[in-house]
Ligand binder design. Structure first.
Ligand SMILES: Nc1ncnc2c1ncn2[C@@H]1O[C@H](COP(=O)(O)OP(=O)(O)OP(=O)(O)O)[C@@H](O)[C@H]1O
Length: 330
């Protein structure tokens, strides 16, 4: 069943054009001139219920604007969208009962209240039955380990503590879709990991659809099965995260620990990144050199104590997609 269907979704903003110089500034003050800026340009997208989708793109690509349209915060200039069978900007109120959102840069909790009071207020806003609310709250407090912070005003919590409360708050009413805009920004690795595990748990146990934007490769790899990449407001890639890695992984890295110094390494299709008496670090272009042959060559010519083979980091893969688009290749 479909969770999200989007056709030709477009958003253009009217931005003030500031004339140069003092006189120009005065003129724009009294007679402002506007130009159109296209933030999202005709996006088509279908997301099935229970899917975990990474919605990716460089800064300013139009990700947040798309999420704002899908959650009903913004009206599009053109196009249509259906989220859980509702039009987000026309049925924003009804949709709010069925979706949850976390904006990493913006708190949804009441700043001066402790989280427990925010949860209570939200339960009223979402009109949850008392018994259901209490059992859900207690379950989330246990899973997210929130007990120590429940009674501390949000303003006194650390970013990591607050974000755990934010994600729990977004899940209080058992949303069918969770929109996450940079949910782990600024968090340390341990808290990031915890938040990812909790979101994945929700997806697996409750079938929650996850729509995530993030610049964090770990979020994408660990949370999402599918990736859509947008640039200049248009979708330029739509496939599984696995396929994104497979198609674009044109190199691998091999790191050897050596028992004794070896000869300078030379092999067609490879590049030496570092060679010392005890270490050899190579990059292998897999379209030009077979990994099997490179490994056989290494074992034959060097005394090896340890060997590690690594894929390039996700950041590089995504950078590659953007660069490919910039270069006009398909
Ligand atoms: N209210 C607005 N008025 C004018 N322009 C806007 C407005 N909101 C967004 N934009 C512009 O629309 C474009 C897309 O912005 P958006 O915030 O959707 O990008 P993003 O992909 O979420 O970027 P980031 O990764 O930096 O968060 C940007 O060029 C931005 O400056």
């Amino acid at each position: 069943m479909k969770a999200i269907g989007v056709h030709g979704l477009t958003k253009r903003f009217a931005v003030k054009r500031k004339a140069e110089g003092m006189l120009g500034s005065m003129r724009s003050l009294f007679r402002p001139q506007y130009a159109e800026k296209a933030a999202v340009q005709g996006i088509d997208l279908e997301v099935e219920r229970g899917e975990t989708l990474a919605f990716l793109g460089p800064n300013g690509a139009g990700k947040s604007t798309t999420i704002k349209m899908l959650t009903g915060i913004l009206h599009p200039t053109e196009g249509s969208a259906e989220v859980l069978g509702l039009c987000p900007w026309k049925d924003r109120g009804r949709l709010a009962y069925r979706i949850g959102s976390v904006f990493g840069q913006k708190s949804q909790l009441w700043y001066h209240l402790p989280p427990i009071d925010s949860f209570e207020l939200m339960s009223r806003i979402y009109e949850l039955k008392r018994g259901d609310y209490r059992s859900r709250r207690d379950e989330l407090v246990r899973r997210f380990e929130l007990e120590p912070y429940l009674h501390t005003p949000v303003r006194k919590l650390s970013l990591g503590e607050r974000m755990r409360c934010e994600v729990a708050a977004a899940m209080l009413h058992r949303p069918q879709i969770l929109f996450l805009d940079e949910p782990t920004i600024g968090l340390d690795v341990v808290v990031k990991q915890k938040i990812r595990e909790l979101i994945l748990d929700m997806n697996r146990q409750e079938g929650t659809t996850v729509f995530l934007t993030s610049h964090d490769a770990g979020d994408i790899e660990q949370l999402c099965r599918r990736a859509v990449v947008i640039n200049y407001g248009q979708a330029i890639f739509d496939d599984t995260v696995e396929a994104m890695k497979r198609d674009l992984l044109t190199d691998k890295s091999i790191r050897l620990q050596l028992l004794e110094p070896g000869m300078p390494f030379v092999f067609e299709g490879t590049r030496v990144l570092r060679q010392t008496d005890r270490e050899l670090h190579l990059s292998v272009e897999t379209r030009r050199a077979s990994m099997e042959e490179v490994l056989a060559h290494l074992v034959q010519h060097y005394r090896v104590s340890d060997i590690t083979i690594e894929d390039p980091p996700m950041e590089r893969i995504i950078t590659h997609i953007y660069a490919r688009e910039e270069g006009g290749a398909s």
